[in-house]
Design a protein around this ligand. Sequence first.
Ligand SMILES: NC(=O)c1ccc[n+]([C@@H]2O[C@H](COP(=O)([O-])OP(=O)(O)OC[C@H]3O[C@@H](n4cnc5c(N)ncnc54)[C@H](O)[C@@H]3O)[C@@H](O)[C@H]2O)c1
Ligand SMILES: [Zn+2]
Ligand SMILES: [Zn+2]
Length: 350
Amino acid sequence: MNALMLEEYRRLRVEDVEAPVCGPQDVLVQVAACGICGSDVHGYDGSSGRRIPPIVMGHEAAGTVAAVGAEVRGFAVGDRVTFDSTIYCARCEYCLRGEVNLCEDRQVVGVSCGEYRRMGAFAEYIAVPEYVVYRLPEGLGFADAAMLEAVSVALHSVKLAEVAGGETALVIGAGMIGLLVLQAARVAGASRVLVADVDATRLKMAKTLGADEAIHASGAELVSEVLRLTGGRGVDAVFEAVGREETVGAAIDSVRKGGTVTLVGNIAAQVTIPLQRVVTRQIRLQGSCASAGEYPEAMELVASGRIKVGPMISAVAPLADGPAWFERLYAREPGLMKVVLDPRVAGAGQ
Ligand SMILES: NC(=O)c1ccc[n+]([C@@H]2O[C@H](COP(=O)([O-])OP(=O)(O)OC[C@H]3O[C@@H](n4cnc5c(N)ncnc54)[C@H](O)[C@@H]3O)[C@@H](O)[C@H]2O)c1
Ligand SMILES: [Zn+2]
Ligand SMILES: [Zn+2]
């Protein structure tokens, strides 16, 4: 089969490789769509250390069941499916609590990090355990389904923030994650959602997707604008979806006393925080990692149109164009958000 192989850092090529073996508890999926994730781009040049070559990346995928293992009961050939990219052990303390994203033995599809190497979905076929597979609702297309991982990330962060209804929220960063957090906060009942970014195009998208206010500012300027818009009080919940010192600081200064700052962005490995402001204003800092059980809800919300992913999909392209798209994403070409590759239309050896 064709697979997009990371042969060495910054060198991708469509190669002919052995198709994966479908184990007794596995579902073999013919991939119809696989999104290029920010983490793939950070792995591509070696900076994250989590895509050590040779590796076939890709974990945001959907497709059609091509075969099932002998013990698989829930799926049949021809089913349209997606899968959660986190393969968990189902036995450790965290898995038993349902916190599968925190599994002691967690593996992610399309990752090779020294401890393990799991070939991903930038390939014609991938085999995954039945317990991470979900049947797609009718009317949910493959490219939209490739966005479900990001939607689940957004839903998870909103769940951790305990948005119950009526809150004022601020989302910092109107990238793919931020725009989905905005929509997830709305679905959870936040009555007013402000979105901040430094990119006017993305803020325009935020407005289209339901932001009450789009704030074109960062740092101290952002904080004073949020305070002005909330009568000096600050918002109930902030979602930080950038991951830099300046935006984490602004998040802490924009939340009301006793409010929650949910940290989703993680570009910087380390930031300095205003400790006294966190303690004396009794702010909850809540980290949020991936998702744990949000896939079914994500599918339902996207299928029903309550969460829109279409505006975030910049292009759907054949697998053979993957190397060029990775370079464009790596170069941070303006206007690009999610690029989805379709391995069904890969030209052999291109
Ligand atoms: N916690 C998780 O499970 C999880 C999952 C996926 C992504 N992430 C992280 O979430 C973050 C966002 O991911 P994304 O895919 O949306 O990225 P993205 O590049 O699409 O979006 C980032 C946005 O932040 C904006 N931005 C940059 N500097 C800013 C500043 N100083 N003030 C305001 N806005 C600023 C950019 O203009 C852009 O719109 C990243 O750090 C990513 O690593 C976390
Ligand atoms: Zn991803
Ligand atoms: Zn586990």
